[in-house]
Design a protein around this ligand. Structure first.
Ligand code: G4P
Length: 535
């Protein structure tokens, strides 16, 4: 089973072996530690501890800012490629801060699956739940890793029940823990009938793996103390009776999640999880687009921008657009059409993100993430093709939930501020609205932390101290309708009207009542809380 690289033997082998996924978790559950072990087994780093700083940096706001200053770190960590057995894994990092943001949503548009990490003592926590809901919107397959089993953790059935109930997904145990806390000694691999034992003495040593023949195999008695073994036999028997068996199709459809138990810090259970991602995780999936969907095996190359990172090097105002390849076999130097502007672009210096550093990408396949340095032509949601006018869909822009007015500390610098704000808007870091009446800009975000990050980045990258002030508005809606109807609304409600950074008309609201009133008074226009990021 393990050598099966694809559920679709008709795919080109290079595409079939790709697994592009993200890790979702509540802060502190062990995402960084698990990522590090992935990279270690993927041969991308030599020693545990190299990505450690990142987890710590996330913990406090000031460290987070420092990390943001050091673009190198956060960028090379945005997408990482490494090989494991026959597979090529592309791990896309979800933003570390706990505020839900569009960034997170968009990151998840670039992956085919997610690994959900939960802490065995805490179960499903709030951030995990939120991120899970986002995955569900796209029916992403989810593989679960229950971490920190070396500590006192909850009863295994309780953990599984909680996931099934809170997340409304079937859970099937891929492994079953033997002992808990100080007694935890490893797992019984339910899928491959093996005993996996943890090495407590050496955290970086891969566990011992013993092939057995069912739960009555005498090898079990030689390796597992009697009291733990009787409990294991009893629990596994109950689990087989009460819990659904693994159904690979249900996993791929996002209705069932297999769960592995382990301890990332002790390198335990990680390889089994990686094998699981290879075996049960999906290969690159078809991409929704208009006027037709894109299949990964199409020979022509296409891809879409899901993230833009500006000012990676503050001296040059360069940007890197992160592109998920949707189809084909890409070669460096290819000419692709930028569908929005209909202009050709030579992709001469694309980068592939290997964990330690970025490297020039000579070639890449559907499923891979490449970085394309550019001067601002590439925006989130843009599609690149070999000429066909395809537009990838499903990358929405959300109405912000928090609005503030922003002003330059030095009023003479407001032109500079406008430039900085436009750049962040293109990057997707915030919404920027220019009110039709009055001066200044209104900035909208989804989570409060984003204001602080934005203020600090404007100061750092543009040398421009800014002030945020309360705004009378609380949200924004994009206005749609024929020109006459929209003009009528605009002319009668100037104090509410603004334009976003693409020049689209936006109605700024104070209360739900405002939205209801427009609905009543202007039946020919519609107000929407999302906008597809394409032109
Ligand atoms: P995050 O990225 O999800 O926020 O979590 P991270 O990996 O940074 O892990 C959070 C804490 O949990 C860290 O401890 C880490 O060492 C610990 N941890 C991760 N996996 C395991 C595990 O399997 N067992 C146990 N017992 N602990 C684990 P810390 O004290 O905050 O940091 P550090 O001092 O260990 O670096």
């Amino acid at each position: 089973m393990l050598d099966t690289v694809s559920n679709r033997p008709d795919l080109p082998a290079e595409i079939a072996r790709r697994r592009t996924f993200a890790i979702i978790s509540h802060p502190d559950a062990g995402k960084t530690t698990l990522t590090e072990k992935f990279l270690l087994y993927g041969g991308a780093i030599q020693m545990a501890g190299q990505v450690r700083a990142k987890g710590e940096a996330r913990r406090t706001r000031s460290d987070f800012m420092k990390m943001e200053q050091d673009r190198g770190i956060s960028v090379s960590a945005s997408a990482m490629s490494f090989d494991f057995r026959n597979f090529r894994f592309n791990l896309v990092d979800t933003p570390g801060h706990s505020d839900f943001s569009e960034d997170t949503y968009r990151t998840l548009t670039a992956v085919d699956a997610a690994v959900m990490v939960i802490d065995g003592a805490k179960g499903v926590e709030s951030q995990t739940q939120k991120l899970f809901e986002v995955c569900r919107l796209r029916d992403l397959p989810i593989l679960t890793f229950c971490n920190k089993m070396d500590r006192e953790s909850r009863d295994t059935f309780d953990i599984i029940d909680e996931i099934q109930e809170n997340l409304a997904i079937d859970v099937t145990p891929a492994s079953w823990p033997i002992g808990v806390g100080r007694d935890f000694m490893g797992c019984y691999d339910m899928l491959r009938d093996r005993l996996e034992l943890m090495d407590r003495a050496d955290r970086n040593k891969v566990a011992e793996s013993i092939e057995i023949n069912g739960l009555d195999d005498p090898k079990l008695e030689q390796n597992v103390p009697a009291h733990l073994l009787s409990k294991l036999r009893e629990e596994v028997e109950m689990a087989r009776e009460l819990l659904p068996a693994l159904n690979p199709q249900a996993v791929l459809e996002g209705h069932m999640t297999p769960i592995w138990f382990g301890s990332a810090i002790n390198s335990f259970g990680v390889k089994e999880l990686m094998d699981g991602i290879g075996t049960y995780g999906p290969e690159p999936q078809p991409q929704k687009a208009t006027p037709r969907q894109i299949l990964p095996e199409e020979t022509k190359v296409s891809g879409f921008v899901f993230k833009v990172q500006a000012n990676m090097d503050p001296k040059h105002r360069d940007r890197v657009a992160f592109v998920r390849l949707a189809s084909g076999h890409f070669n460096r130097g290819m000419k692709l059409t930028h569908v929005r502007s209909k202009k050709p672009m030579s992709i001469t210096n694309p980068v592939l993100f290997l964990a330690s550093d970025r490297e020039l990408a000579e070639e890449a396949w559907a499923g891979d993430i490449i970085g394309i340095p550019n001067h601002g032509q590439l925006r989130i949601g843009d599609t690149l093709t070999e000429g066909e006018a395809l537009k990838v869909t499903g990358i929405p822009s959300f109405a912000p939930e928090l609005l503030q007015t922003v002003r330059a500390g030095d009023p003479l610098k407001s032109k500079h501020l406008e430039k900085a704000l436009m750049q962040f808007a293109e990057e997707g870091a915030a919404k920027v609205f220019k009110p039709m009446i009055g001066s200044g800009f209104i900035v909208g975000v989804v989570g409060a932390l984003q204001f602080e990050v934005l203020g600090s980045r404007i100061e750092l990258e543009y040398g421009l101290p800014v002030r945020f002030e309360a705004s009378q508005f609380t949200s924004a809606r994009w206005v749609h309708g024929d020109k006459l109807a929209v003009d009528k609304l605009v002319n009668a409600n100037k104090q509410h009207m603004a334009e976003d950074n693409d020049g689209d008309v936006v109605y700024l609201t104070r209360l739900q009542w405002d939205i209801d009133r427009i609905g009543r008074d202007y039946p020919d226009v519609t107000l929407s809380a999302t906008k597809e990021m394409m032109v």
